[in-house]
Design a protein around this ligand. Structure first.
Ligand code: HEC
Length: 223
């Protein structure tokens, strides 16, 4: 006879077996270091880049843009080196996306100067007549709220102290507001005069875009 003729016991035993299988194949790997690759060359976001990332999520940019270059010849030729798991170690949540109305942005960092981004965000249609990307010039009219920046970096475990975060914000602000900033002209074109000496949401967004793929490109340049 065996358990095949005892439906209740059979159901209980098979449920137990499936449960153990699930724990072993899903939950155990979740806590194993080998499934959470980290690399010394991938650096966490600075506080300003992280604020930009939050605005990217708030505005739903990932509804039109992916952030993952697949290991396919056509993609590598178009965007650059394909994406590796360790690149997303500091991405919570990840923004891989699933729709490419616009191009992938995982290698956008360093592709254009900041000035290009200021103009493009202000009016994508001025650069590409048929672009269906909405204009985001108004981001330059919003002062960047950094009151929670330290809390955000702590929750994500980036390991910055409160003064590290303050310094990152001050450093980025002095860079974009300085007279020697290479993209000063385009920045001033989109930023209202009263905010030109402050950090805006647009500044943070561009800091974030310039970070995407930068660590990988730096590594390639070194080798
Ligand atoms: C409705 C879809 C849509 C949304 C939403 C959208 N984009 Fe785009 N984006 C596009 C399209 C289409 C292009 C290609 C044409 C162009 O450059 O304008 C593009 C191009 C870009 C590029 C240039 C990429 C390259 O390699 O040349 C960047 C950077 C970019 N978008 C950033 C953003 C950011 C940041 C947001 C959110 C604030 C955003 N996009 C929201 C559709 C979108």
């Amino acid at each position: 006879m065996g358990i095949y003729s005892k439906p209740v016991i059979f159901a209980v035993i098979s449920a137990a077996v499936i449960l153990i299988g699930t724990v072993v194949t899903v939950f155990v790997p979740l806590f194993m270091p080998s499934t959470q690759p980290v690399s010394s060359y991938i650096k966490p976001y600075t506080a300003v880049e992280l604020e930009g990332r939050d605005i990217y999520m708030r505005e739903g940019c990932n509804n039109c843009h992916t952030q993952t270059v697949r290991p396919l010849r056509t993609e590598v030729l178009r965007y650059g080196e394909y994406s590796k798991p360790e690149e997303f170690a500091y991405d919570r949540p990840f923004l891989w996306g699933s729709r490419r109305t616009g191009p992938d942005l995982n290698r956008i960092g360093g592709k254009y100067p900041d000035s290009w981004h200021y103009s493009h965000m202000q009016s994508p249609q001025r650069l590409f007549q048929k672009s269906n990307m909405p204009p985001y010039g108004w981001l330059a009219k919003n002062r960047l709220d950094t009151s929670n920046s330290f809390r955000k970096t702590s929750v994500l475990g980036y390991g910055y102290s409160e003064s590290d975060v303050q310094n990152q914000i001050i450093k980025y602000r002095s860079m974009v507001t300085s007279d020697t900033y290479a993209s000063k002209e385009s920045r001033n074109q989109v930023t209202p005069p009263e905010l030109q000496k402050e950090l805006t949401e647009m500044d943070a967004m561009i800091a974030y875009l310039q970070k995407l793929g930068r660590d990988v490109k730096n590594l390639e340049a070194k080798n």
